[in-house]
Design a protein around this ligand. Structure first.
Ligand code: HEM
Length: 453
């Protein structure tokens, strides 16, 4: 294990590949199947409820988690002007998370057999071990740095902390499943885990990267740094209340307060980042990556704001303060967050960052256009018909599942293709042609020579 030469490594590659494969094989496919089943006249039996939970875990730790981890290994040492040990921790953490998801998914699918409990527990232990290795490797990066408390760095620290806590919560949930011989994770604990992974682990890393790299790429106006720190504080307090409330079975008002604070923190962050405001000036650079990536990032932050407002309303309803949202609303809200924000954000950031990291071109940008349109339609259908139990509503939800599944396939094609030698060669040719034009322009005389006679 060494840290020399770390900056030339492309440690994110296997993570991105693994994340996409898990998303297609276990995540989006299962979600789409659950939504399409009623249209085909099939009942959603307990088997599909267990698959709903496994789908959630595969999406959180596999699709979003592995993507975030791969990016984090690449950017965190750069943000902290530090170095990182490689490649053992990266390989180990990736395989432990993959193994954890495999065992959890298989164990929960085989809930009628004696294998279920040991498999689910092994899944919990290996996933936790993967998150520990990930967290520990990044803590070592931070310890070598003298710059730890900038506007981006504080979110990265938060992401490291909550990634490990998410793994620990998942472990406790799987242990309880095995002890109770239960086919499903205990719902209140499961809810705490979902919000911890979403706000604490995944969003914290996204916020850190946005505060540094995305802000620069989009030429956003200077960040409101004080508001950014308040946002961070609210997310931390909110998550502590949420976890304490659910795990020690405190009054619902504690959990509602936690969810309200965490959601308010995320909304404040969007305001602090100023990502929904116009850029501070025109962007003039040699184009690398997907041209419309900024639109995806802005759309993602728009969905985050919508999701958080809806979460606050459901939290206030649950605490009995208001009565404005029907109970069924919690299902679409989850996917406004996970599909609207997390997935659109990953699409946008990756369509710009992978080509930059690789020195590669996106060969078929229309595939990215299509992926963006499809994921947006999928979210809109979920929000529009999430409350509905009518036949039309069932069909719209089924369509939303299929469309979302198609979106991830198109995005996977773009991402895999951007990591090939042909994409790097295309970029090299374009950069050379651009350089030649600049060179010729610089050599051209700016004014006609002075005539001496
Ligand atoms: C095409 C895309 C998707 C489809 C069709 C889909 C479908 C579903 C379905 C049918 C459920 C079961 C309960 C419900 O109806 O809400 C569910 C739950 C869930 N999904 Fe998705 N989903 C998609 C994308 C995602 C993504 C991208 C994430 C995370 C990044 C995610 C995370 C979750 C979580 C955390 C749950 C809750 C699981 C639980 O109750 O334990 N989903 N999803």
């Amino acid at each position: 294990m060494t840290s020399e030469g770390w900056s030339s490594q492309r440690l994110y590659r296997p993570f991105i590949r693994a994340s996409l494969i898990i998303a297609i094989v276990l995540g989006f496919s299962t979600g789409a199947a659950i939504l399409i089943m009623p249209i085909l006249g099939m009942d959603r039996s307990l088997t599909w409820v267990t698959h709903g939970q496994s789908h959630g875990i595969a999406q959180l730790f596999g699709w979003a988690g592995l993507f975030v981890m791969g990016f984090a290994y690449h950017v965190v040492p750069r943000f902290f002007s530090s170095s990182i040990r490689y490649p053992l921790p990266q390989k180990l953490s990736m395989w432990l998370v993959i193994a954890g998801l495999f065992f959890r998914f298989t164990g929960q699918s085989l809930y009628k057999t004696a294998l279920a409990d040991p498999l689910v527990v092994i899944g919990g232990i290996t996933l936790f071990a993967g998150m520990l290795v990930f967290g520990w490797t990044l803590v070592s990066v931070v310890r070598l740095s003298s710059n730890r408390y900038g506007p981006a760095e504080i979110w990265i620290l938060s992401g490291i902390l909550w990634s490990v806590v998410s793994g620990a919560l998942h472990l406790v949930i799987t242990l309880r499943m095995a002890i109770d011989n239960a086919p499903l994770g205990y719902a209140p604990w499961n809810e705490a885990l979902i919000y911890t992974a979403l706000f604490g682990f995944i969003s914290s890393f996204i916020f850190g990267v946005s505060a540094r790299a995305i802000r620069g790429f989009l030429l956003l106006k200077p960040m409101h740094e004080r508001v950014n720190r308040i946002a961070l504080g609210l997310v931390q307090i909110g998550l502590v209340l949420l976890i304490a409330g659910r795990f020690t079975e405190l009054d619902q008002s504690v959990v509602s307060a936690g969810l309200t604070l965490a959601s308010s923190g995320a909304i404040l962050y969007v305001f602090a980042l100023r990502v929904l405001e116009p850029a501070s000036g025109p962007i003039r650079r040699f184009a690398v990556g997907y041209e419309r990536f900024g639109l995806l990032i802005r759309a993602a932050y728009f969905w985050l704001t919508v999701a958080c407002v809806m979460l606050i309303l459901t939290a206030l309803d649950s605490a009995g303060v208001t009565d404005v949202m029907p109970v069924e609303v919690s299902l679409p809200v989850m996917h406004v967050f996970t599909l609207g924000f997390v997935t659109t954000l990953i699409f946008g950031a990756a369509s710009r960052f992978i080509p930059i990291f690789e020195g590669a071109d996106i060969r078929h940008p229309w595939l990215m256009d299509a992926a963006f349109v499809l994921v947006t339609i999928s979210v809109v259908l979920r929000v529009g018909f999430g409350f509905s139990t009518s036949e039309l509503g069932e069909q719209a939800l089924g369509a939303s599942g299929g469309i979302g599944f198609l979106a991830i396939i198109l995005f996977a094609v773009v991402a895999f293709q951007a990591m090939t030698a042909s994409a790097r060669a295309a970029y090299a040719r374009r950069a050379a042609a651009f350089g030649q034009i600049k060179f010729d322009a610089a050599r051209k005389p700016k004014s006609s020579p002075i005539k001496l006679l």
